[in-house]
Design a protein around this ligand. Structure first.
Ligand code: ATP
Ligand code: MG
Length: 277
């Protein structure tokens, strides 16, 4: 196992200039996909190149929200049916998108050599072409989500004020902390009635987390419940002025240039967790 791991490290550890953000939640429907798309577009407007990877394994909904129909996905790349260029869909010149299909589950099931070879090529491509990579994950505590979230530089956990969403956000943070040794989290509260409600909901998660877990929770802010968004999503144009303003505030607290604690790249951590998990 030691030899295998050092091979994995050598092959993929070429450092990292890009930063990797994961958007995750315990409960479904809290706004992860809407937030991933809008964050990507706002970050790209300050002249950065952003790649969204839809980790909604088999249930990709980034493209549905945008009314796009990419015909190839990560799974086609893994199976040798497409090159990386062919699976990248350009939403605009600075925001690109890869739909993962069943790709991430397929990757986890490959042998170490194939995982390294595939992640090495994706690493090369991501680092050459993008500043920020955003993963939109499915809700809940799936192995693939835990691996991606705990390997990323900036894990953002989304909750709403609903008690079930709060309980599930805490449960996700707890598993990431106790099983995957993740300590630093960013928390965003969506669908709030007010700024005060956002702060109160974050406070309730923080109080329990401080008591039972060894974590640092960073509150990045709130988004208000915004009726206009529903109509815009139906029209497959999920953008809104207030949402953009609020996300700009959130972004002030998201460290896009975060200094990396180790030289280990996102892809190296991912490969190791896939084999050890
Ligand atoms: N701030 C908001 N105000 C009003 N509606 C919102 C807001 N954020 C998200 N929504 C609505 O919530 C619904 C779920 O949003 P979205 O699909 O982004 O959530 P999700 O967390 O990605 O869901 P899933 O867990 O199924 O992937 C959408 O219909 C969207 O319109
Ligand atoms: Mg979603």
């Amino acid at each position: 196992m030691e030899g295998q791991l050092s091979h994995l490290k050598r092959a993929i550890d070429k450092g990292s200039n890009a930063r990797y953000i994961t958007i995750a939640s315990g409960k479904g429907g809290v706004g992860k996909t809407l937030i991933s798309i809008n964050l990507a577009i706002i970050i790209a407007s300050s002249n950065k190149k952003v790649l969204i990877i839809d980790g909604d394994f088999g249930l990709s909904n980034v493209h549905i929200m945008l009314g796009l129909a990419p015909d190839k996905n990560l799974s086609d790349f893994i199976n040798g049916k497409a090159s990386i260029d062919e699976i990248v869909f350009k939403i605009n010149p600075n925001v690109h998108f890869i739909s993962s299909g069943n790709g991430i589950q397929e990757l986890v099931n490959l042998n170490s050599k194939d995982i390294v070879s595939i992640l090495d090529r994706i690493h090369e491509y991501a680092e050459t072409n993008y500043d920020i990579i955003i993963f939109d994950t499915p809700p809940g505590i799936h192995n693939e989500t835990l691996i991606i979230t705990s390997s990323s530089d900036i894990p953002i956990i989304i909750s709403t004020p609903e008690p079930t969403a709060v309980a599930d956000a805490y449960a996700l943070i707890k598993v990431l902390n106790t099983s995957m040794m993740l300590k630093d989290f960013y928390v965003l509260i969506n669908k709030c009635a007010s700024k005060e409600e956002g702060a109160k909901v974050f406070g309730s998660i923080e109080t329990v987390a401080k008591k039972f877990l060894d974590v640092n929770l960073n509150y990045v802010g709130y988004l208000t419940y915004n009726k206009n968004i529903i109509r815009k999503i139906v029209d497959q144009k999920p953008f809104d002025k207030l949402l953009t303003q609020e996300l700009n505030e959130v972004l002030k607290r998201v460290p896009l240039n975060i200094e990396l604690k180790t030289k280990e790249s996102f892809w190296s951590k991912l490969a190791q967790r896939m084999k050890l998990g």
